[in-house]
Write a protein that binds this ligand. Structure first.
Ligand SMILES: O=C(O)CCc1cccc(O)c1O
Ligand SMILES: [Fe+2]
Length: 315
C-alpha cells in the first residue's frame, strides 16, 4: 500500500495581503497540482499535523502534542469554519497506540482549530469534512516547546500505527517555514493579554478578533515595505531544512535547539515540526521519494513559503 505525504506552509494572510500576480499564480499552480495529486491518490484516511496560534490551545493547559477525536475549525482570517469528519474510534486507537509507543500525546474530544489546520484542508479538498481526518496538534508557539527529537518520535509512533492499518493514508504537515508574525507572548503580554493567553482567548469578542486580524494584516504590509520590521525570512535555512527531510536525514535535526532556531529563522519557524512529524511517520511506513518541491520567500504572507510532496515506494 502506498502512502502519500504533502507538507506545506500556511498563512492566514492569503487573500488579505497578496504578492504580485505572477507570484500568486505560481503558488496557485503549485497548490492546484497538489490538489490534483491528492484527488488522484484518493486517500481513505488523512492524518494532519499542524500548530495553533492561541485560537484553540492556551496556557491554562498546554500540551506539547494533542490528538483530536472530534474537532472543529473557528474560521479565523476568513478560513473555513466547521466540523472536521474525525473517525473517532480510529483516532482513539491511534492515541492509545502512540502512548503505548512511548510518546505522551494528549487527547481532545473537542479540539478547537484555526487556519493552521483549516487552510490545507480547504486548499487540498475544498472543504473540512470531505474526508476522514485525524488532526494532531503540535505546540509551536507557546514556550516551552517540544524538541525536534520529540516531534520526530511522535511522527514515528504515528507511522507505526498507520502502517498496521492497511489503509490508503495521506499524511499532511502544515506550517513554517522561516517566519515570525506578531504572535503574542506570555512573557511580554499585559495583564489583559495574559488572561487571553491563559484561556479567555478561546472565545474572543468579535471586536477583539477583528483588531487581532487587522494587526497581523498591518504587520504584513509593513514587512513588505521594511523587512527588518519583523524577524527576516531565511530562505537558506528553509532550503536546507527541506533538503534534510527530502533526503530522510531527520535525526540530524535532533541537535537543533529551540532557542537556536528562534534566533536563526524566527519564533514561528517551530511550526516546521509538523513537517518533521509528517516525514517521520512516512519514513517508518516505507522507503519514500519526494516528487514535488516548491519554495519562495513571500513577505506579503510573512512566510518562507514552501511545499514538499512524497510517496512511499510500492512494496
Ligand atoms: O494567527 C496569527 O496571529 C499568526 C498568523 C500567521 C501569519 C503569518 C504566517 C503564519 O504561518 C501565521 O500563522
Ligand atoms: Fe502559522
Amino acid at each position: 500500500m502506498t502512502t502519500m505525504l504533502h507538507c506545506m506552509s500556511h498563512s492566514p494572510l492569503v487573500g488579505h495581503v497578496d504578492p504580485e500576480p505572477a507570484v500568486l499564480a505560481e503558488v496557485e499552480q503549485m497548490i492546484a497540482a497538489a490538489r490534483a495529486a491528492v484527488a488522484e491518490f484518493d486517500p481513505d484516511l488523512v492524518v494532519l499535523f499542524a500548530p495553533d496560534h492561541y485560537n484553540g490551545f492556551f496556557y491554562d493547559l498546554m500540551p506539547s502534542f494533542c490528538i483530536g477525536t472530534e474537532a472543529y475549525a473557528i474560521g479565523d482570517f476568513g478560513t473555513m469554519a466547521g466540523d472536521l469528519q474525525v473517525p473517532q474510534a480510529l483516532a482513539e486507537a491511534l492515541a492509545a497506540a502512540v502512548l503505548e509507543d512511548g510518546v505522551d500525546a494528549a487527547v481532545s474530544y473537542r479540539m478547537q482549530l484555526d487556519h493552521g489546520f483549516a487552510q490545507p484542508l480547504e486548499e487540498l479538498f475544498g472543504g473540512l469534512d470531505t474526508k476522514p481526518v485525524i488532526p494532531i496538534f503540535i505546540n509551536s508557539v507557546a514556550t516551552p516547546l517540544p524538541s525536534f527529537q520529540r516531534a520526530r518520535l511522535l511522527g514515528e509512533a504515528v507511522g507505526r500505527f498507520l502502517k498496521g492499518l492497511n489503509q490508503k493514508v495521506l499524511i499532511l504537515g502544515s506550517g513554517g517555514l522561516s517566519h515570525q508574525p506578531p504572535v503574542p507572548e506570555l512573557a511580554t503580554a499585559n495583564e489583559h493579554l495574559q488572561d487571553r493567553l491563559k484561556g479567555s482567548g478561546r472565545h474572543l469578542p468579535a471586536e477583539e478578533r477583528e483588531a487581532r486580524t487587522q494587526r497581523v494584516i498591518q504587520a504584513a504590509r509593513r514587512f513588505v515595505e521594511d523587512q527588518t520590521s519583523l524577524h527576516p525570512l531565511h530562505p537558506q535555512w528553509d532550503e536546507f531544512f527541506m533538503t534534510q527531510l527530502a533526503e530522510n536525514r531527520l535525526q540530524e535535526l535532533d541537535g537543533m535547539k529551540n532557542a537556536e532556531l528562534s534566533v536563526l529563522a524566527g519564533k514561528s519557524t517551530h511550526e516546521v515540526k509538523a513537517w518533521v512529524s509528517a516525514f517521520a511517520a512516512l519514513s517508518v511506513m516505507g522507503e519514500f521519494k519526494v516528487t514535488a518541491r516548491y519554495y519562495r520567500p513571500i513577505p506579503e504572507w510573512i512566510a518562507g513559503f514552501g511545499a514538499l510532496t512524497a510517496y512511499t515506494e510500492e512494496a
